[in-house]
Design a protein around this ligand. Sequence first.
Ligand code: J2J
Length: 539
Amino acid sequence: LTLGLEGTTAWPAEFAERYRKTGYWVDQTFGEALREWAQRSGEATAVVCGERRWSYRELDQRVDRLAAGLQQLGIQPKQRVVVQLPNCAEWFVVCFALFRVGAIPLMALPAHRLAEIGYFCQHSEAVAYVIADNVGSFDYRSLAAEIKVVAPTLEHVLVVGEAGPFTALAEIDAEPSEFPTLDPAEVALFQLSGGSTGVPKLIARTHDDYLYSVRASAEICELDASSVYLCVLPMAHNFPMSSPGTLGTLAAGGTVVLAPQPSPDVAFPLIAREGVTITGMVPPLALLWLDAAANRKAELTSLKQILVGGASFGADTAHRVQPELGCQLQQVYGMAEGLVNYTRLDDPAELICTTQGRPISPLDEVRIVDDEDKDLPLGELGHLITRGPYTIRGYYRAAEHNQRAFTSDGFYRTGDLARLNAAGYVSVEGRAKDQINRGGEKVAAEEIEQHLLNHPAIHDVALVGLPDRFLGERTCAVIVSNGVNINRREVVQFLRSRGLAEYKLPDRVEIVASLPKTGVGKINKRLLREQLSAGRVPA
Ligand code: J2J
């Protein structure tokens, strides 16, 4: 079963029917949802970005004009558009305008470079690429020039700011007329998988399923018109976008405040100025905030709750949140593929600090299984697999990989090792997938290893995660060389020259004589990690 867009996997009809009957899928597109929110909240402030403040009505009107402009440009329903913007108000206008014309934004991160963006454009056959002119010292227009060379389907590069050789987004403007009628069961957007394979996987999320997760998240986090959400993480990430994130805040009629970066020096004054009530972040950032809050608590008085997720948050640190930041903690364990768990606001402190919450939906099916997919007794540690009303049934254009990533009856294999308690609360305790969680940023080991094997001095390589007090894990490339010397500087330079995002560059490089192997001849990463952590580098 596929959705209208080729290369996608639909929910079987009986599941889709159940999700509609229960009222979870409400048969609405994001374009229609924004219209409804604008009718409801018209003059309320939707988005604050620097000195700019847009009401819901203004946001909706800007979306209409850009959508009409995109239609004039020839953008058609189901066409893919790679969107790579820093945290800025234009991101909403671009994404909702694409929703309104039925084109599909692909949520790229500002950190992505030639390797990633080139692949996204090629694999999705994108017709357009939306960038900012430059952020800090990085000029996205020079990246776009390189992308044009490798992505033959690309027709338009749209730029927020100075367009240079491309088209200024500000010029894509027309009087709104007719927009197409769209099917809410169709793909609304592409999210990106943390991945564990050679190339990143694309996740097609439908209007029905994503809107449900957004609305239900807003409800669970008890958002309303008085909520002010501070977006400190890169806004294209699934977490700050939908858990409950900026979209959940708009769904509740609240105000989204965009932070250009998450450091306390930038975020704390914004919290004080805008009366921020809620934000979401990854554990390393929470640590940074906790330390900074010691003598700056006065700036945080409006803050009611803080969501922490994306990587494991130690119970000791979790216990510091309430007393030191003066707000309620909600742990969140989610994934761009779907399933999201939250601790609830009225849960006992112990549950909030020691578990990652329970699923959004009564129709989320969460199972803990052994290596043979057999269910384990309650409370035991095993593989977490899941299906439900907002969890994908397959990655986009990845038929072969889907055979392994999903069970035959449609459960997504998260690759996480977890246990459940009797109340359905999840504790994430490990990982079976070959991925490194670098403070919430996911690095697929195989992707980096495949790049490194192209280096003439490298004979064999394993990328492993090592414990790190701040990041949780950092990356270490363990290399068997071809007899030629190679050091970290060269490795990093090489990966940069291949156009990889900065967060994927190894934090440490070790040269060894050989890599330990398992009985079947695979690299024994567990042993390697143990040896490296114990300081016994097998040189
Ligand atoms: C341990 N590991 C966690 C947690 C995610 C909300 C929150 C997070 C994400 C996200 C998201 C974890 N403790 N609390 O999309 O909507 C690890 C798991 C998981 C993977 C998913 C959201 N929260 N993780 O992090 O797609 O390994 O989504 O499978 O980036 O992050 O990563 P990602």
